[in-house]
Design a binder for this molecule. Structure first.
Ligand SMILES: [Zn+2]
Ligand SMILES: [Zn+2]
Length: 260
């Protein structure tokens, strides 16, 4: 009897989910207009935006840096290693992002991060999961690690946005989350407005590694909402590599062009 119970429950859940979508259709993440059913934006990995707002979203397309995905300004160039990665190699092995961090994506992330509920996190994580499934050869034994907030900032915000995104990613690709692997020990000022050197100095030594035994020999998918200079992700990757991680691939929702 027990064996038959789960599929029935999962079918019932799928049915209920479909029913709820009809009653409460998803709304556009930019203008809040209700979206009509059956118009998922496959070209945007299922991002909930209406046809009128779609042109505010830039999918990250080549040419870009083959390591940190920084988009190049000239569209005629081939993808190659960018100047920043040549001068100072980041500690992660690869950084992936479905979108450029500008216009619509900037708005969506700001609303999610600074809004009160964080309820968009799961659907945005689903988008990241679909993108990853399409673009990266997953083995299935990877571990998701969200970049942590300092406990004080998490308390102020009410949630950690990278953990909510990780739940959404897990829903699509079905791999485990190790949520307390990295701890932010120092309450740092916001990275906004800082240049690359200042950002590096701001995050240097602020993280600590926990659960080292669960990281050794593993491939890590490190999750953040945005990559600007990549300093935070590189600092976390350095720690994970020192802890014995085999590979660190970063996944973000928006990749900013360098401004520093
Ligand atoms: Zn809209
Ligand atoms: Zn690069």
């Amino acid at each position: 009897m027990e064996l038959n119970k789960r599929p029935v429950l999962s079918e019932l859940w799928q049915f209920l989910k479909g029913f709820l979508t009809i009653l409460f259709p998803p709304s556009c993440l930019i203008c809040d207009k209700a979206l009509s059913i059956g118009t998922e934006n496959e070209d945007l990995f299922g991002l909930n935006v209406c046809p009128g707002c779609k042109d505010q979203i830039s999918v990250l397309k080549p040419p870009f840096c083959v390591l940190c995905s920084t988009p190049f300004r000239t569209s005629s160039a081939e993808s190659h290693l960018c100047g920043y990665c040549i001068r100072k190699r980041p500690h992660f092995d690869l950084l992936l992002s479905p979108f450029v961090y500008e216009r619509g994506i900037e708005k969506i992330i700001a609303q999610f991060k600074y809004g009160s509920s964080g309820r968009e996190g799961k659907s945005l994580g689903n988008v990241m999961g679909r993108f990853l499934r399409e673009r990266y050869p997953l083995k299935g034994d990877e571990i998701l690690i969200p970049v942590p907030l300092h406990p004080k900032r998490e308390k102020e915000r009410g949630f950690n946005q990278t953990l909510l995104l990780s739940y959404g990613i897990r829903e699509v690709i079905g791999i485990q989350i190790l949520k307390d692997a990295i701890r932010r020990n120092v309450y740092t000022k916001s990275q906004t407005g800082l240049n690359m050197k200042e950002r590096e100095a701001n995050v240097k030594g602020v993280f600590g590694l926990k659960e080292r035994e669960k990281i050794a020999g593993k491939s890590i998918l490190l999750v953040d909402d945005v990559a600007t200079t990549g300093s935070t992700l590189s600092e976390c990757a350095k720690l994970l590599k020192r802890g014995g991680a085999k590979k660190v691939v970063c996944l973000v929702l928006g990749r900013a062009p360098f401004s520093a």
